[in-house]
Design a protein around this ligand. Structure first.
Ligand code: SF4
Length: 363
C-alpha cells in the first residue's frame, strides 16, 4: 500500500487543501475504518484549522443495538446452540455480560471468518442448532445472504441467522435531517460503494445540497477525498464524486446486489445510541423467514435500555468527539469498555484511545 502512503504526495495534497480553503467547513467521514486511518496517520493535523472532521456512524459493531447483543447472549447461552460470530462482536458489552463471558461459562461460541464456516458447522452437527450473528453494513451482506441462500438450497434446517444489517444512505439522511446537524460534506465509504455503487447518493445530494465523495481508506485516498469535498464546497457545487475509482463503479457489483435482493428486504432498524431509522437495514425477506433466529428462538420480547453515561450516539452522529465524553480513558477504556465505540476495532473511541490518549484534551 506504500504508493497510497507517500509522504511527499500527502504534503502536496495538504498544501493544496490549505490553498483552496477560505472559510470553515465541517466534513464527516462515514466509515470507522476511515476514522482510524485519520487518527492513526494524523490526517486531521495536516488540514487547515478551519476544516473540522467529525466521525460518522460507519462502524457496524458500534451501531448494533444493545438489545440485539442481549438477544445474541440469550441464544448463545442455550445448551442446544452453537453460536457463530466474527471475533469483534464477542467483547461488545450487553446489559450484564458479553459473549466472551458466555463462552467462559461454557457456552458453545465459535469465532468464524466467513458465514460459510457457520454453515459447515451446521452440516457437521445436525444434533445442534447453529446460529450465525450476521452483523454489518452493505459490505458483509452479500456473503451473509449467500449462506442463507445456500442453507435453503441444501435444506439445512438446523441453521439460522441473527440479522443486524444496517445501510449507509439512510444513516446519512438521518444525520442531514437531524436538528443539530453541522455536517456540510461527506466522505462516503468506498467498500460499501464497491458493493452497492453510488446511485443512491444522487437524490441525497439533490435534496440536501451537499457534496458526497466516495473515498477509500489509505492516507492519500482520504486527503484526496477531503480535497474534492472542499473544492466543491468552495465552488458552491454539490455533486456525487468518486475518489475510489480503483474499486468503485457507479453501479457497484451486480452479482452481489442480486444475492442481497434475493435474500433480504429493506426494513427499519434500531441503531445503537441513535434509535430507529426508517428503511435503514436488511431483514430476511418472507421466503427466507424460516432462517430467522429471532423468530426461531422467540427473542423479540427482549428489550433493553441503553447505558445513559455513554455518549456514543452523539459521537456516531458527529455531534461530539470521544475525548468530550466524561468517561473516556477513565471509567471507559478498551479493557473496561462502557460502549461499543471503545470495543470495536473500527470504533472512534478506540481510535482516540489507541493513538491520541497521551495528547492534551482540547477544552
Ligand atoms: S468513551 Fe466509552 S462511554 Fe464514552 S462514548 Fe466512548 S464508549 Fe461510550
Amino acid at each position: 500500500m506504500e504508493e497510497y502512503r507517500d509522504p511527499k504526495l500527502a504534503m502536496q495534497l495538504s498544501r493544496e487543501i490549505h490553498r483552496i480553503t477560505t472559510r470553515p467547513w465541517v466534513l464527516m467521514e462515514v466509515c470507522g475504518g476511515q476514522t482510524h486511518a485519520i487518527v492513526k496517520f494524523g490526517i486531521d493535523q495536516l488540514l487547515p484549522k478551519n476544516i473540522e472532521l467529525v466521525h460518522g456512524p460507519g462502524c457496524p459493531v458500534c451501531v448494533t443495538p444493545l438489545e440485539l447483543i442481549d438477544r445474541a447472549i440469550a441464544v448463545a447461552s442455550r445448551k442446544d446452540v452453537i453460536f457463530c460470530s466474527f471475533g469483534d462482536m464477542l467483547r461488545v458489552p450487553g446489559s450484564d455480560q458479553d459473549l466472551f463471558s458466555v463462552k467462559a461459562k461454557g457456552g458453545d461460541i465459535r469465532i468464524v471468518y466467513s458465514p460459510m464456516d457457520a454453515l459447515a458447522l451446521a452440516r457437521k452437527h445436525p444434533e445442534k442448532q447453529v446460529v450465525f450473528f450476521a452483523v454489518g453494513f452493505e459490505t458483509t451482506a452479500p456473503a451473509n445472504a449467500m449462506c442463507v441462500y445456500q442453507a435453503k438450497r441444501e435444506g439445512i434446517g438446523n441453521f439460522s441467522v441473527l440479522v443486524s444489517h444496517v445501510l449507509v444512505p439512510p444513516a446519512i439522511e438521518a444525520i442531514l435531517s437531524s436538528k443539530g446537524n453541522r455536517v456540510q460534506a461527506f466522505l462516503a465509504a468506498g467498500h460499501v460503494c464497491t458493493v452497492m455503487g453510488y446511485m443512491e447518493y444522487f437524490p441525497l445530494v439533490e435534496r440536501y445540497k451537499i457534496p458526497i465523495v466516495v473515498t477509500g481508506f489509505e492516507p492519500l485516498d482520504i486527503l484526496q477525498g477531503i480535497h474534492m469535498c472542499v473544492k466543491q464546497l468552495e465552488e458552491g457545487r454539490h455533486e456525487v464524486e468518486n475518489q475510489y475509482i480503483r474499486s468503485v463503479s457507479k453501479e457497484g457489483n451486480a452479482h452481489a446486489r442480486d444475492i442481497i435482493k434475493e435474500v433480504f428486504s429493506v426494513i427499519p432498524r434500531k441503531w445503537r445510541g441513535i434509535g430507529e431509522i426508517p428503511h435503514s437495514g436488511f431483514g430476511l425477506s418472507p421466503s427466507y423467514k424460516g432462517f430467522d433466529a429471532e423468530e426461531r428462538f422467540v427473542l423479540k420480547d427482549i428489550h433493553t435500555q441503553e447505558c445513559s453515561e455513554c455518549i456514543s450516539g452523539l459521537i456516531l452522529q458527529g455531534v461530539k468527539k470521544p475525548d468530550q465524553c466524561p468517561a473516556y480513558g477513565k471509567q471507559c477504556t478498551p479493557d473496561h469498555p462502557m460502549g461499543a465505540t471503545m470495543v470495536s476495532s473500527e470504533g472512534a473511541c478506540a481510535a482516540y484511545y489507541r493513538y491520541r490518549r497521551f495528547e492534551e484534551v482540547p477544552k
